[in-house]
Design a protein around this ligand. Structure first.
Ligand code: PMP
Ligand code: GLN
Length: 398
């Protein structure tokens, strides 16, 4: 029996099918398994180790008791679509029709999947930044698209504007950006976002913007691409409740865009999950309506955690790149004598009782080679856990 199929292409696109024919789990699954097997501190997969707001958790429990346990409507529950529209108005001044311009998805992952599958056909080009979140590579390959990337350059992981201009052509169907950026913690400045909008117009491309870390910025407030002049008509904005409310396991995400784009995306999304997370939808709706102090509080709490881990990594002998947002900081292990971060990450539980993720897992071969000594560490953990991890990592330099 033949078990060939598009899954092979998907695995290659995500960098998971190696020359030896062995399919690997995602780097996050591999590193979390390593952490569980060894008891090491898991600074690999990005998930918080503390619960989010008690009111949000209670709302989900209440929804289950109240019998919200059957299929919600295909677009998502009205209470959540209204809360998403109100959130976009409150934070960004974007006015949305919750019945026509908002779609609830099974996390940002299903949002990305349905958008890419909806718009990318055989041979269409999709431009992303590189390093890129692993699902982008897999989904572009699944849709038979061609993946073009724009490298984020050291020391601040910004894309060169000429590289962006060269990557976007008339063959480009989608420009997928992730801002704030996983894995680098970089934030694209307004000028770069403006250039992306300009290029999308020039080459008649759509912009897909993954903004799951929108509330986790440490310096300047987040700028949604959709708010820039000329952007709205061709921008599909994706976010998720996972990072904002410490509920990564609930998988409640959403898309906002003009109605005709939403309709095209629904055509695909209805055959992926159809719907999900009935009792969690009103809970995330409640979360989106929390007072401003909640949102400023999570960013400042996380900024403190970034500082603790960044200082610890520097003290342990890593070269640390400043993280401006997200859950993640990138550190270079070369000054400690480690040139191959993939190898180092496999040994790290034994050497220091810590797990991290090599940046090469987010790159195609060329950039993977250039960034071979870089490691991503997650700081969305309790301060005492980060302090212990930093102390253990200081063994590396001895
Ligand atoms: N995009 C990025 C950049 C992410 O980091 C993640 C998960 N951490 C996702 C998408 C997936 O989000 P979700 O868990 O809501 O599917
Ligand atoms: N987004 C999380 C990270 O970057 C992991 C999500 C996953 O395991 N797919 O660590």
């Amino acid at each position: 029996m033949s078990i060939s199929g598009p899954w092979q292409r998907t695995a290659v696109g995500a960098g998971l099918l190696k020359a030896d024919g062995v399919i690997r789990p995602t780097i996050f699954a591999e590193m979390s398994a390593l952490a569980s097997a060894t008891g090491a501190i898991n600074l690999g997969q990005g998930f918080p180790d503390e619960d989010g707001p008690a009111d949000v958790l209670e709302a989900a429990r209440r929804a289950i008791s109240d019998g919200l346990n059957q299929y919600p409507p295909g677009l998502g529950m009205p209470v959540l679509r209204e809360a998403i529209a109100e959130h976009q108005r409150r934070f960004y001044g974007v006015k949305l029709d919750p019945d026509r311009q908002v779609l609830v998805t099974a996390g940002a992952t299903e949002a990305l999947a349905s958008v890419i599958l909806a718009f990318v056909d055989d041979g269409d080009e999709v431009v992303t930044l590189e390093p890129f979140y692993d699902a982008y590579g897999g989904l572009i390959a699944l849709s038979r698209g061609e993946h073009r990337t724009v490298p984020l350059r050291l020391p601040d992981f910004q894309p060169d504007h000429d590289d962006l201009r060269a990557a976007v052509t008339d063959r480009t169907k989608l420009i997928v950006i992730n801002n704030p950026h996983n894995p680098t913690g970089t934030v694209l400045p307004r000028e770069t976002l403006e250039l992306i909008v300009e290029l999308a117009h020039e080459h008649d491309a759509l912009i897909v913007t993954d903004e799951v870390y929108e509330h986790l910025t440490f310096d300047e407030p987040h700028i949604p691409v959709a708010t820039l002049p000329g952007a709205w008509q061709r921008t599909i904005t994706i976010s998720s409740g996972g990072k904002t409310f410490n509920t990564t396991g609930w998988k409640v995400g959403w898309i906002t865009a003009r109605h005709s784009l939403i309709t095209a995306i629904v055509a695909v999304k209805q055959f992926l999950t159809y719907v999900n997370a009935a009792p969690f939808q009103p809970a995330i709706a409640l979360g989106l309506g929390l007072p401003d102090e909640y949102f400023t509080g999570i960013a400042s709490d996380l900024r403190n955690k970034r500082d603790v881990l960044s200082a610890g990594l520097a003290k342990a002998g890593f070269d640390v790149f400043e993280s401006h947002a997200s859950y993640f900081v990138v550190a270079d292990a070369a000054p400690l004598g480690f040139r191959d971060a993939t190898e180092l990450c496999r040994q790290l539980p034994e050497l220091a009782g810590v797990v991290g993720v090599p940046i090469s897992a987010f790159c195609h071969d060329e950039l993977a080679a250039e960034y071979s000594s870089l490691v991503r560490f997650a700081f969305c953990k309790r301060v005492d856990v980060l302090e212990l991890a930093a102390k253990q990592l200081s063994r590396l330099g001895r």
